[in-house]
Write a protein that binds this ligand. Structure first.
Ligand SMILES: [Zn+2]
Length: 187
């Protein structure tokens, strides 16, 4: 008998964040987030995408002109962390942990702090976004949050999530019938 779990809690929660990321239609970067309570219940899950009702086929939502808010994706896309907060199934989120596939941007950091989440566990951190990362870190530090990479928290979980991400990336939409296979649900 070997009555043990196959994966850590950290692997499960970051794994859910990775699965959520796979639902994102943002081809540039698919991000996911999963909020867990102190007693390991999932409170909310989200990925980056447009607000409800906004047409994914409308190119202006995905445009790249950062000098024109009407034609900048940054005006429209709701980040995974904020979606996870807004999609929460129970309140409060106080004392919870948010697992994010990407280190939170300053806007998301604000929301994470304001809903009372106390711990941030991230999978990747974009090294070129030094100033934005520093701004998030400054707020997290002042608000007393615990922030750490999954790798430093639980290296085995980080390796497992890396393999899960590889699997998700390799299987792609084809295996899921999202490209017009008959009899399967669309997106
Ligand atoms: Zn963000």
């Amino acid at each position: 008998m070997n009555n043990q779990s196959l994966i850590h809690w950290h692997s499960m929660f970051m794994g859910v964040a990775l699965l959520a990321a796979a639902r994102s239609k943002d081809a540039r970067k698919r991000n996911g987030a999963c909020i867990a309570s102190a007693d390991n219940k999932i409170l909310g899950v989200g990925y980056n995408g447009l607000p409800r009702g906004c047409d994914d086929a409308d190119a202006s939502y995905w445009a790249d002109d950062d000098h024109d808010p009407l034609h900048s994706r940054h005006s429209y896309i709701v980040h995974a962390e904020v979606n996870a907060i807004l999609n929460c199934v129970v309140l409060p989120l106080t004392g919870g942990t948010i697992y994010t596939t990407q280190f939170p941007c300053p806007r998301c950091a604000q929301s994470i702090i304001q809903v009372g989440i106390r711990t941030v566990v991230y999978l990747d951190k974009k090294s070129h976004q030094t100033a934005a990362n520093a701004a998030s870190d400054k707020m997290f530090a002042d608000a007393g949050l615990r922030v750490l990479s999954l790798n430093e928290l639980e290296a085995a979980s980080a390796r497992w999530c890396g393999k899960l991400d590889d699997f998700i990336q390799q299987t792609g939409p084809e295996l899921h019938g999202l490209h017009g296979l008959p009899g399967l649900p669309g997106t």
